[in-house]
Each structure stands twice: as structure tokens, then as C-alpha cells.
Design a protein around this ligand. Sequence first.
Ligand code: OVM
Length: 406
Amino acid sequence: MELFHGHKPIAVPEGVPEWDADPYGTDELTDTTPFFTELRAQGPFAYMTKYKMLACGRYEETREVFRDHERFVSSRGVGVSDFALEEPWRSPSIVLEVDPPYHNKTRRVIMRALSPKVVADLREPFAQDADALVARLLNRDIEAVVDLAEAFPTSVFPRAVGIREPDSRKLIDYGAMVFNAIGPDNDLRRRIMARAPDIVPWINEACLRANLTEDGIGATIYAASDDGQITEDEAGMLVRSLLSAGVDTTVTGIGNALWCLATNPDQFELLKEDPSLALAAFEETLRLTSPVQAFCRTANVDTEVSGITIEEGSKILCVLGAANRDPDHWPEAEKFDITRKTAGHLALGVGPHICVGQNIARAEGQAVLRAIAEKVDRIDVLGDAVWRPNNAIHALDRMPLRLVAR
Ligand code: OVM
């Protein structure tokens, strides 16, 4: 079969409109609102003519595709490329890019390493780091992406994992690679892939048991290989998953939360009045800004969703960002409201692959937002916030701010 962008070029299903928008175009990736609105208006699915694949952005269908791992598999890759037909750029993740039942085994190991007790014990160090960082940034002109959004996770997360010699830049760049890699072979992907020789060997080394401390999350994962739950090679692969999924995502969540608070001063006032709303503010940030904007699934059988026929081999771009702002599901969907009911948002996914790091991610976001709520009186925006195009992540590139002390 002749591949198209690394997958089977499917025919237009009956009743599905053809749409020539580019979900990986710079405008679509940075100024998301028009793209999301038009995507939902196409119907349950749109046929993306530029990629000969489907896309969905309504809440109901996006959720249905994500929940059904039997019809819509992850083992063929969660990007544009079909791993059944094209060699992936790295050995597939043994948790993200696999299906049950194998997925359940590897996921369980990570779940235990990130247990409620493990996360509870991280709260105090996270709070101390967040307090110290925010205190240091008060009353000066800062570049919030670098100085805060990147600074916090890259200081606390590698330590929690137990990386002996962390390199913040390499960790952030690897995240950018992993997430751009699930897009098509465009400029974004090519530019970051050109730096793979600089980044990938460092990451692979960092995952080795000898390069991890004996008391971190990484060591817990290796301990699961000592009692035979997984092999030592699998343990290394699961540590790689932590480094792939644990840095850019939380950096983005924290950066986006700052942007939401800076541009919604009424909501920041609410948070200041009641800093215990920090977690709710972080959750609403996830809903409104969907740091992981889209993942694909692949139809593994001929099937049907909402009366639309979907042929085997169809790639479906599930635009979580659009589903999280679907006005048919969310009242005042475009409003940042830290008191709203956010349950059911899809920013962390849904179904068997739902984010396994969600509790540690929330603990990080909560620590930072609580520190800000307690120490900051006003967030002054000093210049335009600029979004950074990435094939899967909706993150800021720059955000000049001043955190004025309380
Ligand atoms: C992994 C992985 C990579 C990127 C994202 C992710 C959101 C997981 O390597 O397992 O989950």
C-alpha cells in the first residue's frame, strides 16, 4: 500500500465533510479558537484532506474514541504515523503505545511508583520549592515561561524521579521532540528531530539504573524488575516514559495557568481570597487550555461512531482541546472559571490510557498556584504572551510578567 503521511490514506466516509484545514499549521496550533470552532462545526468527524485522515473535536465522539481501546488502538501509534505500516522514530513506549492486556502490566508498575503515598510525601518538598521560587521572582520583570513554568518542574521532577545529574534543557527538549514527533513530517518535527543526536543519548543514559538514586520513583520502577513484574529493560523503558511525559506537560500546565490568571484578574482575586482553590484553578486551566492538545488513535477494525462508518486503518485525530471547549457540553465553555465543575474534562485523556502521572502533575500545579495565591497581590502583564507551535502541545513560548508582592 502507498502510505500517505505514514498511514493508510482512507476514503472519505459517507456523510463526512471534506475539510482542507491544517491541524498542524502554525495558526491552528497557536490561535486555537477558530480551528476548534470550525472543527466542531464540521460534525462528529471531519475528513482532513491534507492528511487523508479523520479528526474529531466534539466532546461526545472524542470521548468515545478514547474510551474504546479495542476498536481504537494506541499500539499503532498515537500520532499521524501508523506503527503497523511504518517504523517509528524510537522504540515504542511500552505504556503509551501499546494496548491492553500488556498495557495493564506496565501501567500498574508506574501506578504503584506514583502511588497516593508517594505523591503525598512529595507535597511538602514541592510546597517549599514553590514558595522559594515565587519569593525569589517577586517584584521584578520576569520571563514567566523560563523563570517559573520551566524552572519549577525541572527542579522538582528530576529529583523525585532520582536522576543523579539532571539537565533541564535536555529534559525540556526531549519533551518537545516526543510531542512534535506525533505530528506529520513538517518543519516543527524536522527542526527538533535534527537535534536528536544531542538529546536522545543523554535521555537513554539517564534512564539506566546506575544513573538513578536509590530512593526515587525511578528506583521503585527498577525494584519492580527485581521481583519479576517486569524485566530490567522494561524498567528502563518506563523511566523513559516518565521523562517523556513528565516535564513538558507540567511545564505547559503551569505556564498556561499563569496565563489564565494573568488575563483573568477577577479569577485571580478569587484565588487570592481562598488559596485552597489552587487545585481547582489548575484543573480549570487544564480544561480551558488542554496542554496536550491532540492525540490520535487508529481504527483497528471496520466500525462506526455516531452513524459514521470508519474503515480499518483510519487515523483519527482526537482534538482534546476542542472537546474541552465544546459548548454543547460546557456552559460558557470559553470562560476561565475556577469555581466551575471540571469533572470529565479530557485534558488528561479518558479510558485505560488516562494520564498515569495525573496526581503528581496536580501536586506540582497546586504547589505553584498556592504559592502565587499567598504571595502575589497582582500579576502585571508586561508584553504579549506568545504561543509556541508544537504538533501536540499547546504551550507558551514567552510571557513577560511582574508578580507584584502582597
Ligand atoms: C511515553 C509517553 C510519551 C509522551 C506522552 C505520554 C502523555 C507518554 O513515552 O510513554 O503520555
